[in-house]
Design a protein around this ligand. Structure first.
Ligand SMILES: [Zn+2]
Length: 398
């Protein structure tokens, strides 16, 4: 009888740790003990791999795959059904490369970087994206639902008390891993670590083998966003955070959000670092040339020059977005040509201690951003060869 009571007590304690107050640390411990259990099961049934077999994720099984090529970075993949193992392997590879490129530094604020949840979607299968939203919401309901600083469940679209998709014009899932038009969501970072308790990296698939490169530069792009925001350790309002990173307050209308700096950085480093890693200079030149003179929906440099606007005036609306992103990458190239790549990292690591965007920009790049923007406008009116020569200096021929 006494033994029976002990067993009852044990079960009770286990279910207590399963309640809504569970934390990310509980989650790590759970993963650890599940891995040990799995190893035991594997040795019992005579297999010896704890490697590549994809976890069978469903709403009652929260064992997430932790990327194991990282050093201090803690990233977990939740994969939708029918996402290929090749796709997951490519995400994994480029997350680990990104850690080495952007996070492997003494100044990294790991408490803002970790954990990173990567939801790997299949761009051709909306149903599996909707299914994964349920798995995701169960996960954060359990582990990121304990109030201030770890409130992702209440902040986002998972808690039906705070968000009802139909009322918001969303008829496909939650419009978290889906779009209101019924498409699978594009890649993004959709979280605020300091409020939610995690970074959420939504990773849409790319058709293989043709678009393997997209897994590279898109993953680097999104990881660079995590890097940018991880330099801001203090909790502030969303608008204040957007002002810090130059997304608000640098356009001609202070209320407009503008992508030129935050996205220009991520697009540039996506192309540049991917090319460097695969040691393919031509790839970089082609991507950058295509950014301005390629046929998107018209030629972006022509649209820019005809617009009579400067780079910081393009918003996320309609076709402006593409100009903000791709010509924003060219702005970063133009800046790096003058100040060097290191200064970009110095800008980000010192942004919070320097107080605001403008002061930091002046200090690390030597001139006000408005002056650089006007110079960039003059630069873009030169002959194409002249413009492209910047790339030869950034990524020289050996
Ligand atoms: Zn971006």
């Amino acid at each position: 009888m006494r033994v029976f009571l002990h067993i009852l007590t044990f079960i009770f304690i286990l279910s207590c740790s399963n309640n809504d107050q569970a934390t990310y640390d509980d989650f790590k411990n759970e993963i650890k003990s599940q891995k040990i259990q799995n190893k035991q099961i594997e040795s019992q049934i005579g297999t010896n791999s704890d490697a590549d077999s994809k976890s069978n994720i469903n709403s009652s099984n929260h064992e997430l795959d932790k990327i194991d090529c990282t050093n201090k970075l803690e990233a977990y993949i939740l994969a939708a059904e029918k996402v290929s193992q090749e796709g997951i392997d490519l995400i994994t590879k480029w997350v680990c490369v990104s850690e080495r490129l952007f996070f492997d530094s003494e100044s990294t604020n790991w408490e803002i970087v970790n954990p990173i949840y990567i939801t790997a979607l299949n761009r051709h299968d909306i149903e599996s994206a909707i299914d994964l939203e349920k798995v995701w919401c169960d996960h954060i309901k359990k582990y990121h639902n304990s109030g201030k600083g770890n409130d992702g469940y209440d902040n986002g679209k998972c808690n039906p008390k705070h968000y009802q998709p139909e009322k918001e014009g969303c008829n496909f899932g939650l419009c978290l891993f889906t779009e209101p038009n019924g498409k699978v969501a594009g890649s993004s970072i959709s979280s605020n670590r300091k409020h939610d308790g995690f970074n959420l990296f939504i990773s849409n698939s790319h058709d293989l083998p043709m678009h393997a490169d997209s897994y590279g530069y898109v993953t680097i792009h999104e990881m660079f966003h995590i890097y940018q925001y991880s330099n801001l350790t203090k909790t502030r309002s969303r608008d204040d955070e957007m002002r810090m990173v130059g997304k608000l307050g640098t356009g001609s209308n202070p209320k407009d959000e503008v992508p030129w700096w935050i996205e220009g950085n991520a697009v540039f480093f996506g192309y540049y670092k991917y090319a460097k890693e695969i040691q393919d200079r031509e790839y970089f030149i082609n991507k950058m040339e295509n950014a301005m003179w390629g046929k998107w929906d018209g030629i972006l440099i022509e649209k820019y020059l005809n617009s009579e606007k400067t780079i910081n005036e393009f918003t996320w609306t309609g076709e402006e977005k593409k100009i903000g992103y791709e010509l924003g990458a060219w702005f970063v190239a133009f800046l790096i040509d003058q100040v060097g790549e290191e200064k970009i990292y110095e800008f980000w690591t010192n942004l919070e201690s320097e107080k605001n965007f403008e002061i930091t920009f002046n200090k690390y790049f030597g001139k006000n951003y408005q002056i650089y923007i006007n110079e960039f406008d003059v630069f873009l009116r030169q002959p194409k060869d002249q413009i492209l020569s910047v790339l030869d200096r950034i990524y020289p021929i050996n």
